[in-house]
Write a protein that binds this ligand. Structure first.
Ligand SMILES: Nc1ncnc2c1ncn2[C@@H]1O[C@H](COP(=O)(O)OP(=O)(O)O)[C@@H](O)[C@H]1O
Ligand SMILES: O=C(CO)[C@@H](O)[C@H](O)COP(=O)(O)O
Length: 498
């Protein structure tokens, strides 16, 4: 039996999966790493933690499985998107990585809009949002010019890790699309955008397809990971593109909902000229010349993690969620908005913060937990509605990410989205998608679609309960009002955040 390995460089942890030729996840391993918030609205990670975590996870995967490394045909990556890693001429990271959920760059976003006007949407196909890479580059240009002077290249998280494993620099189109420097339709770095901000094109790495081979493992890496210097490495893709591959989002009308640290509603798109005026993101897919549209909740799983760590640190997720099934829709009149690090879709607003509205002395920890899950899901429904308004009928949604581990949450998604929710055998969408890129790159299948047919299996379907769906429709109206009612208050609270 031969295998491929998928590495998902997430925000909370790196996950590795060893997948056989039938698509069965034979072994998986995960290594967590910290995230630092040195100032309000900042979010950084040490790229060295990613490299260490990946190597330990690969080693454990190989040890646990006992598989002969010669049986591993290839390895590929899925990575948290947009994070800025600057490297010098020797490949040394010059500062901590500035992550996708770091919102320090509002001023740089306004500068991008003023400088490029409508050209930005025409070329990069997306609005200037704090999380994207170009505003981060401009922040470094303005605040740490000496760092940018030393930089010979900018990379995204998984590209930095892949470089450390292979010595080869490259970036795939699906991840490059999230930088705001790519001409998304023509698949080239945009000279217009780079020149407008005095950024040399030499800062941008070589562009490749997600399934293209980008080297083999360096000798010291082969030794540490338990793999071989002949192990082939394939470029990989943005975690959402890989999540979409791992969920079989490879045809028009297919939609997924991922609840990881962030939350994502993503729908396949073939029309490269689709113009939704930047209401949702428009990115290149991991499949050649395909695209997807996507709405993002910045703190989806992160809201639940924050809530658990702050109010129930001694419990596991399973223990915290034990009682939520008994709590009625609406959590006894308690509404939560998950804006704890600002928001993206549909409110690109770095200043907004979360709320609990309607707290009552009768509410228990389970009511609060349930309200957090509902608030996250309402936020994702806002993206579902934008996709529906674009003309796509969403009657079926594939659920992936850590949030898909919980049955109550899966039924809640069905009731709030008013769509059937499909749980797959493995909720490891992005890692499986990365493995699929290695499998297709290695020539196991003639297309990614064929690979998806062989690898992806449904485990369960959750259908909407009409009574619950009606209750949630009413509550969704109230949920949507919280943003407008609290926006000004939050703008005034900014000066008290430190
Ligand atoms: N047993 C569980 N039930 C429901 N949600 C969970 C459970 N375990 C973890 N989660 C949620 O999943 C999130 C992590 O999902 P994951 O897909 O691993 O994220 P990432 O790829 O961003 O690291 C956590 O933030 C947490 O809220
Ligand atoms: O910023 C985005 C997408 O635009 C995020 O979805 C990141 O890609 C991080 O993903 P997770 O760690 O939540 O999987």
């Amino acid at each position: 039996m031969n295998y491929v390995i998928g590495v998902d460089l997430g925000t909370s942890a790196v996950k590795t999966v060893l997948v056989d030729q039938q698509g069965k996840v034979a072994f998986e391993h995960s290594e967590a790493y910290p995230l630092s918030r040195p100032q309000p609205s900042w979010s950084e990670q040490d790229p060295e933690d990613w490299v260490k975590g990946t190597l330990v996870s690969l080693r454990r995967l190989m040890e646990q499985s006992g598989v002969d490394p010669a049986q591993v045909d290839g390895i590929s990556f899925s990575g948290q998107m947009h994070g800025l890693v600057l490297v010098d001429k020797d490949g040394q990271a010059l500062r901590p990585a500035i992550l996708w959920n770091d919102t320090r760059t509002t001023a740089q976003c306004r500068r991008i809009e003023q400088t490029l006007g409508t050209e930005l949407l025409e070329i990069a196909r997306n609005r200037a949002l704090e999380g994207f890479t170009l505003p981060k580059l401009l922040w470094v240009q303005e605040h740490e010019p000496e760092v940018l002077d030393q930089a010979s290249l900018f990379l995204l998280p998984k590209d930095y890790v892949r470089f450390r494993l292979t010595g080869d620099y490259a970036m795939d189109y699906s991840d490059a699309a999230g930088t705001l420097l790519l001409d998304v339709a023509s698949k080239e770095w945009s000279v217009t955008i780079a020149e407008a901000f005095g950024l040399p094109l030499s800062l941008c790495p070589r562009l490749v397809e997600s399934f293209e081979q980008t080297g083999t493992l360096l000798p010291e890496i082969a030794l540490t990971s338990g793999l071989l210097t002949s192990t082939k490495v394939y470029a990989g893709g943005a975690d959402n593109a890989c999540g979409a591959l791992g969920a079989g989002i490879l045809g028009e009308g297919r939609t997924m909902c991922s609840i990881g640290t962030s939350g994502v509603v993503l729908s396949y798109e073939t029309n490269k000229d689709l113009n939704l005026e930047g209401k949702v993101h428009f990115f290149n897919h991991g499949e050649k010349d395909a695209y997807y549209i996507m709405g993002v909740t910045l703190a989806a799983g992160y809201s639940l993690t924050w809530f658990k760590d702050t109010f129930a640190a001694d419990r596991s997720f399973e223990q915290l969620l034990e009682g939520v099934g008994a709590i009625p829709a609406g959590s006894g009149g308690l509404l939560f908005t998950p804006y704890i690090v600002g928001e993206r879709t549909p409110h690109p607003d770095a200043n907004i913060r979360g709320s609990f509205i309607g707290m009552d002395s009768g509410h228990t920890l389970s009511h609060f937990t349930h309200a957090v899950m509902e608030g996250i899901t309402f936020s994702l429904r806002e993206s579902i509605e934008i996709v529906r308004e674009s003309g796509k009928a969403i009657t079926e949604v594939i659920a992936i990410g850590g949030g898909a581990k919980n049955e109550v949450w899966l039924q809640m998604q069905a009731d709030i989205f008013n769509a059937s929710i499909i749980k797959l055998e493995s909720e490891q969408g992005p890692a499986l998608g990365a493995a699929m890129l290695a499998a297709y790159g290695s020539g196991w299948f003639a297309s990614l679609g064929e690979c998806a047919d062989a690898f992806i299996r449904q485990a369960e379907v959750y259908t909407p309960n009409p009574q619950q769906a009606a209750i949630y429709n009413g509550l969704f109206d109230l949920y949507q009002q919280v943003y407008t009612q609290t926006r000004e208050l939050n703008n005034k609270l900014v000066e008290y955040r430190n």
